[in-house]
Design a protein around this ligand. Structure first.
Ligand code: FAD
Length: 393
């Protein structure tokens, strides 16, 4: 029988790995992808949906082409992994054997990381940090804000999915409010004293949304915020303030199935070998994307997609004896600040003995002209089309 690879999670990391294994394995491997949802909604560009630059359907991708590429796709949730027997059990009762298992389950939230908030409150104070109904809910809440009302974001502590994402979201909420509710205010309550692309965001907010956005860092109580979903209040240094829309982005950890499989450590993330993405705690399991603790790469779709190709090559090498080349990784994170005002940060990476290390990086400059910012935005549109085709076919 053919060696079996099971992949849990059909997002940026998992679907890429499944497709590459089926394609490059030329039928030598039996590849099964287990994904909880029949349709994947990208977090990437979901902020642009909130800003009114994309429609919701443009974020959605099915698995027909993944299936056509030779992958068996099962729509179900993996609930257990037995590393000794090398089996995965699904909620529907099915048990799958594997020779190698890939986990790319994204993130889950740390209960209790924002006092007063739990996942059960996400209908009132949405996270919208897993895309889908939450994204739509957040946008509708911004649109329903009273004239001159307040939008608050509780920003997450490091490490988290998409470092510039909260600040791109603020830009997009500001853009939306500028059209429909220009006297509204935006509060960012942040446990970090600095954040990704900060100088670029601050410059852009001053230019496009002057006076609208207030960033409250840990020095002024932004790191010890309590929320009260019942009364729509945020409490900063003991002082309660009423808000009209509250986006709580909690602390994060590896998707739960990684802990169930026994590959996470006390940090809540899964340490991996930097040259192959193989879990340090289990030689038959590989962990990709947000769930992995690998070193310098940010938790992004670009990173997950890049890591997936390295892992697919390593697994093919182990199971079929095909040649394995040295790992190379890359990432770019684009952010839209206002119409045609795009910025980016990125790097290329190589494995060292300890971690995946950044070897060359770049970032947009403050003060760039409009033509360059427009070109950067257009580059991001090309990236979205390209990467979704690479992930989903
Ligand atoms: P995911 O893509 O989240 O895939 C995980 C999948 O696993 C999900 O489909 C889930 O349903 C499934 N799953 C989980 N557990 C199970 C289980 N037990 N059984 C079955 N299925 C399971 N990245 C970029 O590169 N560029 C951007 O511009 C960008 N913008 C972003 C904006 C926002 C607002 C956010 C929140 C994120 C953004 N990201 C961006 C980050 C990007 O979305 C993630 O880093 C990326 O999706 C991670 O890929 P992954 O494979 O680790 O997880």
């Amino acid at each position: 029988a053919k060696p079996k690879v099971v992949v849990i999670g059909g997002g940026a990391g998992g679907a890429t790995a499944a497709r590459y294994l089926a394609r490059d394995g030329a039928g030598a491997l039996d590849v099964t992808l287990v994904e909880a949802n029949p349709v994947y909604t990208t977090c990437f560009f979901s902020n642009l949906y909130i800003g009114g630059f994309r429609d919701f359907e443009s974020l959605q991708h099915g698995y027909d082409k993944v299936t056509a590429g030779g992958v068996t796709v099962i729509t179900d949730t993996a609930t257990a992994v037995d590393p000794a027997a090398r089996t995965v059990t699904l909620a529907g009762g099915q048990v799958l054997d594997y020779d190698r298992l890939i986990l790319s389950p994204g993130i889950d939230f740390r209960e209790g990381s924002v006092p007063g908030w739990s996942l059960a409150d996400a209908e009132v104070m949405p996270h919208a940090w897993k895309a889908g109904p939450q994204t739509r809910l957040l946008k509708s809440m911004v649109e329903a804000m009273p004239e001159g009302g307040t939008f608050a974001m509780v920003a997450p502590p490091n490490p988290y999915r998409c470092p510039p994402g909260p600040y791109e979201r603020i830009s997009m909420v500001a853009h939306l409010l500028k059209q429909t509710n220009p006297t509204a205010k935006i509060l960012i309550l942040d446990p970090k004293d600095k954040y990704s692309k900060q100088a670029l965001f601050e410059e852009g907010w001053g230019k496009h949304y002057d006076g609208m956005i207030d960033w409250i860092g840990p020095e002024f109580g932004g790191g010890a915020v309590e929320v009260r979903p019942d009364t729509m209040e945020v409490v900063i240094e003991g002082e309660a303030q009423k808000v009209d829309c509250c986006n709580v982005i909690p602390g994060q950890m590896a998707g739960q199935i990684a802990a169930i499989a026994g590959v996470t450590d006390e940090t809540g993330w899964a340490p991996v070998d930097p040259g192959s993405m193989k879990a340090k705690l289990d030689e038959n399991i590989f962990v990709l994307g947000d769930s992995s603790a690998q070193g310098d790469m940010p938790k992004s779709a670009f990173s997950a997609n890049s890591q997936a190709k390295v892992a697919a090559m390593a697994i093919r090498g182990e199971l079929t004896g095909s040649k394995v080349f040295p790992a190379k990784y890359s990432n770019t994170c684009w952010s839209l600040i206002a119409p045609e005002d795009g910025v980016k940060v990125g790097a290329s990476y190589e494995p060292t003995a300890e971690k995946i290390a950044s070897v060359a990086s770049f970032i947009s400059d403050t003060g760039e002209d409009a033509a360059l910012r427009k070109a950067t935005y257009e580059e991001s549109l090309g990236w979205y089309s390209g990467i979704t085709a690479d992930i989903f076919g």
